[in-house]
Ligand binder design. Structure first.
Ligand code: ADP
Length: 310
């Protein structure tokens, strides 16, 4: 049976401007290309899971506007259940992404309708959360709505994967509900506050909140993970990266799919955690080889081929 994953999260229409260099303060640079893609961490991770063969339900908020309608179509066309996709009077979230020739990026988001998703809206979709094999959350919706979803899942014994992105300080009582925490290096710094060694402090955080698996993604350097007090480096796969946007989302979706497919987190060993993270690392690498977040999210066969050489 396909893993059932519920994503409670954000949707942002990404406006991607490519230029030879990123603008400095006060500078205007001419774009060499402009594209518009449905994105946002929640939508990206949901599509990532669907492409990897999971049955995905989405809970989120768009505006009653053209972008909102496009999101519904885009998620439906990926086979995602959008009965939890609500619409409100605020505009659908938008992202403005600038990319230079070396695939460096700057991103500004206006979260709009995403911020109107309340804990009460989340509670209306309790069944979709409590009956899933895994729940994925990020931080582009209100923190109390994230906490509500985590609370429902935790109470039902559903593993909670929190991608603490964009970088934020996460309340302790929310961290207590998290089973898998994924951050990139920048998000780790924000989450931990002043830290001399994020690996030491993330390990400590995991112990304090009984988090089963902590992952810090490190772009082209792969990832660092801590599980059962054992730290490991996960290598990156060599690819021709042209656009890093969406790599982290591909990683989070693939990691969740891999963990759910192995039956969740019970009895997770460092070796099994490594296998799941290697598979996720391959998904992240593939996502950098195609422009845009959603267009670049790989299918299971491509991830198998890169990760397992078949
Ligand atoms: P985010 O997009 O959240 O900043 P990262 O850039 O750390 O996340 O990427 C997530 C994962 O994707 C990394 O841990 C790595 O496995 C993979 N990845 C990202 N960039 C590259 C790259 N240039 N080459 C190979 N793998 C990459």
């Amino acid at each position: 049976m396909a893993p059932r994953i519920t994503v409670v999260g954000s949707l942002n229409m990404d406006h991607v401007l490519r230029a030879t260099s990123l603008p400095r303060e006060g500078e205007t640079v001419a774009a060499t290309r402009f594209d518009r893609f449905p994105g946002g961490k929640g939508a990206n991770q949901a599509v990532g899971c669907a492409r990897l063969g999971s049955e995905v339900r989405f809970v989120g908020m768009v505006g009653q506007d053209d972008y909102g309608r496009r999101f519904r179509e885009a998620l439906n066309s990926e086979g995602i259940d959008t009965s939890g996709l609500l619409a409100c009077d605020h505009p659908t979230g938008v992202g403005l992404i600038t990319l230079d020739a070396q695939a460096r990026s700057t991103i500004v988001v206006a979260l709009g309708a995403n911020l109107a998703l309340t804990p009460a809206h989340v509670r209306e979709h309790t069944a979709a959360i409590a009956s899933a094999d895994g729940l994925i959350l990020q931080l582009e919706i209100p923190m109390d709505s994230v906490a509500e979803a985590a609370h429902i899942a935790h109470g039902a014994g559903v593993p909670v994967v929190l991608n603490a992105a964009p970088g934020s300080i996460v309340p302790d009582d929310l961290l207590d509900l998290v089973d898998v925490l994924v951050v990139n290096e920048h998000e780790a710094m924000v989450l931990l506050g002043a830290t001399e060694d994020p690996c030491v402090d993330l390990t400590q955080l995991g112990r304090a909140h009984r988090i089963d698996l902590i992952v810090m993604t490190r772009g082209e350097h792969g990832a660092w993970i801590s599980q059962a007090d054992e730290a490991q480096d996960i290598p990156a796969f060599r690819v021709d990266a042209i656009d890093p946007v969406g790599a982290g989302d591909a990683f989070v979706g693939a990691l969740t799919c891999a963990l759910v497919r192995r039956g969740g987190l019970k009895g997770l060993t460092p070796a099994a955690a490594r296998d799941a993270c290697l598979w996720a690392s391959a998904a992240g690498a593939l996502a950098t080889t195609i422009a845009g977040a959603i267009p670049s999210l790989p299918r299971a066969a491509a991830v198998d081929q890169l990760a397992l050489g078949r």
